[in-house]
Ligand binder design. Structure first.
Ligand SMILES: [Zn+2]
Length: 894
């Protein structure tokens, strides 16, 4: 070739190639980098992007890349706009609706034959959910989503990423908790560079429930849970992957496989793929020279209420990982001699294949581990796309076939029942979980019984009914684990990470009958599918007074509305007819016009009957309710606040300063102490851990203020460890028989127990059934001492194991002992509960235990009882309560 033709060729090449090169380079340069928008890279030391920053970046990214689209999916509790980024190839993004529809069709299975399902799996794309976590103090997750999005949007010419973009549609949530990300980042920024740089935030990072935002998966009490679940059912991802921190120290990341136990109600396809995804991730981390991945240790799959796990019952491979965390964006150096003794030899284990050797750990390391975890999940999804899509059809199909031939064939929620609005609410919760619920148009016959029209029926031959079984059946812990203890106590070696029993109809006080015979076509003809389950409230008959059942929780909402509207309400002292039968303690309403009352009752779904009741009533007034709110944030306080607000009790938070200032009786009629230990009540955060305005507890001054409050006629209500604390602090004539009892003598970390009411004449138990079921979670149990004045409200039955669902070891320890007592104290009363009557907003069946006590009674029905002799110095030794504030970097999390 001559020089001339060479020059010509070169020129031709440049003319042809240069525009391509420039177009490529420009496209590449145009993709917004995190640094160009935020001024930092995700994972930089001492820097955290808050939620607003993250959204700003995602919008810049979507504007500069054809691989990213943004969607709004709802609003948070504090009104932040929830936005998600959908990332895939431009071709896939153009056909999103088609792929979403295919995902839902495969997940449902019923409109597709096996051959059609296979063909759809072959031609469709796999949708994967990944998020930046929901536990906001676990800060790396929200930084990782920025980095992951940038990597996927900007990388060119990488075969792995090309394969992901072509095969996978990533639904990326910057975070599952926008409010919390803003709160925690702002807290860090204000303390950065001060002595409080790594101090814990003195409020819950979700308005009500903080860390328990991952305990609300099926119940969906919180707005965040509703938004996440609704969007998840809309997108129907094959994989749901949530980022958490902290790994069991010194591991750098915890990944699946999980520890036992795992529920048998999960599809075996999902159970095995949970392991596959984890194993692939282990290999991917090794490939990137990232040591310290651990599996199985610590985290199990027993409780179905984790918001990042409930979806597994909708046949999604749902799981999380736990990357190591120090605090916020502050780096930390670790030496091997800080490791737990058993890890100091740095020996490899089957499930800890490459032990971490110590050294620096920075936010940037955590972000890198998380991005590697997410990339591994996307890579697995791309490689096994077709099989994963087909598995969803198979899992749903198998489940339907199974329940065509095996009991329970259905569950019936009879209407009417003791608390019919609660039954409707349970049916509605199932609908919101993607379960089909039917209503009987006419009488429904099953189990040799006839259920009235209006009863709700859940047929089990539907795609996701494993969730129904999981929530409705009694929890029996696997024998293989219960028997593996080896010691004489029989205490299981592997205790569940969370509670052991949660049977929802039991918790809610709802009757749900399992149908043990197949449901034929004639029976199905009596049913209609409903999209909403509720009961119509209203007024029967004409005034002047009306009676509301005390058995329906919804009546409390109505009563609070009626009191607020200026009506009068009293408890009947004798038995009167109500819409639910005949009962003592029914609410009698007067002084409110019929139209006004009707609109309240319709709104609350409560029925009232007109009454000529002329008997005695105990008049009640809207109570001024105070709720102790510590600076060391209490999840139980938050749940209590949420329940009280929902029911219209309008609680007022009492902080330490308010408690110590005293004069409580002038401000409150009832005060609630949530499930908080004595040490935290008295001492709170130790001095020096948090800025001084947040340190300390309510101290001796607070104890004296509470004592005065009750002696002057106030009502004190204390839950669980808060109740145990009040016995000590106020010197009550009650023994906590479980105080100091070791777990081999008695163990119950969260199970449903049956109690029996002992004194039905007390207004504190009005409306409750004879044998309510309560959530026992590491609580006290009570025995009155000589000199006790008051009443035992409920006891664990004598000589009978009270266990209804879950694990209870050594039941004999509490049989016959008191579960709830009312102690007369000066002119007032103290209600002590050895269980959690408001547990996670789920134990609706036990709500009345404390809701009755919240009202101010016109006339104390109990009369004035003599004051109990108390020792003034009985409130514990402060020096002895030096419980270490848990180190975040060594506390396992989920
Ligand atoms: Zn977490």
């Amino acid at each position: 070739m001559s020089r001339r033709s060479l020059r010509c060729l070169l020129r031709c090449f440049l003319i042809l190639a240069l525009p391509l090169f420039f177009r490529f380079a420009t496209a590449h340069a145009q993709v917004a980098t995190p640094a160009s928008v935020l001024g930092h890279n995700p994972g930089d030391d001492f820097y955290l992007a808050d939620y607003d920053d993250a959204i700003r970046y995602f919008h810049a990214l979507a504007a500069s890349s054809d691989r990213v689209k943004m969607f709004k999916v709802g609003k948070s509790t504090r009104g932040e706009e929830y936005e998600i980024a959908v990332i895939s190839s431009p071709e896939n993004l153009a056909r999103l609706d088609e792929y979403k529809s295919a995902a839902r069709k495969l997940a449902d299975s019923r409109d597709l034959t096996e051959a059609q399902a296979k063909e759809l799996a072959r031609t469709s794309k796999v949708i994967v959910h990944i998020d930046g976590g929901m536990h906001s103090s676990e800060v790396a997750g929200g930084q990782h989503s920025i980095q992951l999005a940038y990597k996927l949007a900007s990388t060119q010419g990488d075969p792995q990423i090309d394969a992901i973009l072509n095969n996978v549609i990533l639904v990326l949530w910057p975070t599952l908790n926008p409010d919390g990300q803003n709160m925690i980042v702002h807290w860090y920024r204000q303390n950065l560079g001060t002595q409080f740089e790594v101090s814990p935030m003195p409020y819950l990072y979700q308005e009500y429930v903080g860390h328990d935002n991952n305990r609300d998966g099926y119940m969906q009490n919180m707005i965040e849970s509703q938004v996440v679940t609704k969007a998840e059912m809309d997108w129907s991802p094959v994989i749901f992957y949530c980022q958490h921190q902290t790994a069991p120290f010194p591991a750098r990341i915890w990944i699946p496989p999980f520890s036992d136990p795992i529920s048998s109600n999960i599809s075996p396809y999902m159970r095995s793929w949970l392991n596959v995804v984890g194993t692939q991730m282990s290999a991917a981390l090794q490939q990137q020279h990232m040591p310290g991945a651990i599996s199985q240790d610590e985290f199990d799959n027993w409780y179905p209420g984790f918001l990042d796990f409930t979806h597994v019952f909708r046949n999604e491979i749902s799981f999380f990982t736990e990357t190591a965390l120090y605090r916020y964006a502050t780096p930390r150096f670790y030496t091997v001699d800080e490791f737990p003794k058993q890890y100091q030899d740095l020996k490899a284990l089957t499930m800890y294949t490459d032990p971490w050797q110590g050294g620096w750990w920075r936010l940037g390391d955590a972000v890198k581990y998380m991005v590697t975890g997410s990339m591994s999940v996307l890579d697995t999804a791309a490689k096994y796309r077709e099989q994963l899509l087909f598995n969803r059809w198979q899992a749903a199909h198998d489940n339907i076939e199974h329940f065509k031939h095996a009991a329970p064939y259905a569950y019936v929620l009879p209407n009417p029942q003791a608390d019919t609005p609660e039954a409707a609410q349970l049916a509605q919760i199932m609908i919101e979980n993607g379960i089909e619920v039917h209503r009987a148009k006419e009488s429904f016959h099953a189990n040799g019984s006839t259920y009235a029209a209006g009863s709700w029926v859940i047929l089990m031959d539907q795609p996701f009914s494993g969730l129904v079984k999981e929530l409705f059946e009694v929890q029996h812990y696997p024998q293989a684990i219960l028997n593996s203890g080896g010691d004489s106590s029989g205490k299981p070696v592997t205790l569940p990470y969370d509670v052991t029993g949660w049977t929802l109809p039991m918790q809610m006080g709802v009757r749900a009958d399992a149908v043990t015979d197949p449901v034929g076509e004639d029976q199905r003809a009596a049913l209609e599918l409903v999209s909403k389950a509720d009961v119509a409230g209203g007024v029967d008959g004409a005034g002047p007074s009306f009676v509301l059942s005390h058995q329906a929780n919804a009546s409390f909402e109505a009563v609070n509305d009626i009191l607020a509207a200026g009506g009068s309400v009293g408890f009947t002292k004798d038995a009167v007819p109500t819409s639910e039968g005949t009962e003592t303690g029914a609410f009698v309403v007067s002084g409110l016009g019929r139209a006004n009352l009707s609109s309240i009752l319709e709104k609350r779904g409560v029925k009232a009957v007109s009454s000529s009741h002329g008997g005695e009533t105990i008049a009640l007034h809207k109570a001024r309710v105070g709720l102790y709110r510590p600076w060391a944030p209490s999840i139980d306080e938050g749940w209590t606040r949420w329940v009280l607000e929902k029911y219209g009790f309008a609680p007022i938070s009492i902080y330490n300063a308010g408690m110590k200032a005293g004069n409580l009786k002038a401000q409150y009629d009832s005060i609630i102490i949530p499930d908080i230990s004595k040490n935290l009540l008295l001492n709170g955060f130790k001095t020096g851990i948090v800025p001084s305005q947040y340190s300390g507890g309510f101290d001796n001054d607070g104890v004296e203020a509470l004592r005065d409050f009750v002696q002057q006629g106030g009502t004190l209500i204390a839950f669980n460890q808060g109740a145990a604390a009040m016995i000590d602090l106020l010197g009550l004539p009650v023994t906590n028989i479980l105080d100091g009892v070791s777990s081999d003598q008695f163990f119950c970390s969260g199970a449903l127990l049956r109690v029996e009411l002992k004194d039905r004449s007390r207004p504190g138990v009005y409306g409750l059934p004879e044998n309510p079921i309560v959530m026992f979670e590491r609580g006290p149990a009570f025995e009155p001492k000589p000199g006790f004045k008051g009443a035992i409200l409920a006891s664990y039955p004598k000589g009978v194991n009270p266990l209804e669902s879950g694990v209870l070891l050594h039941p004999e320890k509490i049989e016959g002992q008191a579960a709830a007592v009312e102690v007369a104290y000066g002119k007032g009363h103290i209600f002590l509960y050895g269980f959690k009557p408001q547990w996670r907003g789920q134990s609706h069946g036990a709500y009345k235990f404390f809701m009755n006590a919240l009202y101010k009674f016109d006339e104390p029905a109990f009369g004035e009882l003599p004051a109990v002799e108390v020792a003034k110095d009985a409130h514990g030794d402060k020096a002895a309560s030096k419980k270490k504030v848990e180190e975040e970097d060594e506390t396992p999390d989920e």
